[in-house]
Design a protein around this ligand. Sequence first.
Ligand code: AMP
Length: 361
Amino acid sequence: MIVGIVGGGQLGRMLAHATIPLGLTCRVIDPSPTCPARVVAEQIVGEYDDYAALAEFVRGLDVVTYEFENVPVETAEWLNDRIPVFPPPRALAVAQDRLTEKQFLQGLGAKFPRFAAIETRDDLDRAVATVKLPAVLKTRRFGYDGKGQVVLRNPADVEPAWLRLGGRPLILEELVGFDREVSLLAVRDRGGATGFYPLIENVHREGILRTSRVLLSDDPAIGQAVAVATHALHALNYVGVLAIEYFQRGTELLVNEMAPRVHNSGHWTIEGASPSQFSNHMRAVAGLALGPPEVYSSAGMVNCIGAMPNPELISGVAGAAIHDYGKSPRANRKVGHITVTAPSREMREERMRAVEKLVVS
Ligand code: AMP
C-alpha cells in the first residue's frame, strides 16, 4: 500500500518513517527539493496548487494524508475526488479559520477564552470593550507559532496592532491567565474506534513550544479533554490523529486551538509510547488496526529552536534521543527535538534540565 503525504516537513518525515515498520511505503509532495521528508520517502517536487504535480503525486496512491493544516482545502477536495483523504477535508476547513474552529467546538460544548470576531476598525473598538484588555489580536487564518498575533495590554496598543494586522479577518481573545497549557492527542480509525494519549503539559515562549511533559494519567483534567475530543472526532467522522490545545485555569479547560494532524506536543511518543502518534496516525489512515497507546515511562520533549545542539553532548544524557530534522539553522525555526524518557518523573526533570542546558534557544 502506498500512502501519500501532502507536505514534506518534519511531521511528514516522522510520518513516513513510522510507515516502514507497518509495511507501507510513502510518497510526499512538497515544493522544496530539500524538504526534511525527502530522505525517507519518494518526493514529488511541486506546489500544493500545481495540479500537474498533484496528478503525478496521486498516481498509484491508495490513500492520502497531510502534515500541515494550511493545505488548500480545494487541493484536499481535488485529491479526495480521486482517492480517500484522511483526516477528511472538512476537518481542514474547520481548523484553518480560528472563528469556524471556535464555533464548531463551542457547538460540541467546549469552553473558550472570551473572544470576538473583527473585520473593521470599529469592530476592534467594540471587541476591546467586550473582551477587555489584556487581550490577544490574532489573524483568523495562517497563524502559527505565535505568528500573526499581537498582545494588547492597554488602550494605546490598539491602533498600532490594527496597523499591523488590520485589513484581514481577525479575532480578539482574552489574554488568559492560565495555570498551565495542556494538550490532548486523540486518534480515530476508519471504523470509529478511538484512542487517547495521556494529557501533556506544554511550555511556550514567544508563542513557540519549548517543552512538553506527559502528565499523570489520572490527572483530573483528562476527562474534560477526552470528552471534547471524542465529540469532535465523531462529528467530523475523523480518521487519524487530532490534537487539541487547552489553557487550564483551576479545574477549567479552555480550548486554545485544534490541529487536524500529528502535533509537536506528541513528539515524545516516538520513544515514550507505543504506538507513537505517527504510527497510529498512519495506521488509522491506511485502515490498519490502531494500537491503544501504551506509555512506557515518564517522558518529555525539548524542542530545538534555531539550531541543533551538539549530538555528542546529548548522547551523554541518559534517556535522551536526538531528532534532527535536517533543516538549516534559522532564528525561531523548529529544527529538531530531544525526547527524554526516564523511570521516574524526578529523573525525567533532571534529564530535561540537562538537555535544556545544551539546547541553544
Ligand atoms: P497559538 O498560535 O494561538 O497557539 O498561540 C501560541 C501561544 O501563545 C499559546 O500556546 C500561548 O502560550 C500563547 N497564547 C495564545 N493565545 C493566548 C491567549 N488568549 N491567552 C494567553 N496566551 C495565549
